[in-house]
Design a protein. Structure first.
Length: 86
């Protein structure tokens, strides 16, 4: 069964991720350090990496985390936060 293993952000077609217990802001700081130009990232670019190595958005990640038993329900609506899983 697929589980959630890392917070991730998709930027300009590339997925950046850091292992748990890193949070999305840690991933964004890493991107800022790597990119010389100013960047903008909307909430739709934030997600997670699954145990199968796939990037999924916050909604899909919430579904996976509940189905796999990692969490009972997300803290906020139907969007997964890294704080929900670690």
């Amino acid at each position: 069964m697929d589980t959630i293993v890392a917070a991730a952000t998709k930027y300009k077609g590339t997925v950046y991720a850091l292992p748990a217990p890193a949070r999305h802001h840690n991933v964004m700081w890493m991107i800022l350090e790597l990119m010389p130009e100013p960047i903008f990232m909307g909430p739709e670019t934030q997600g997670f990496i699954t145990s199968k190595g796939v990037f999924v958005g916050r909604r899909r990640a919430a579904h996976i985390a509940v189905k796999s038993g990692q969490i009972e329900k997300p803290q906020i609506s139907n969007h997964l936060l890294s704080e929900d899983v670690w």
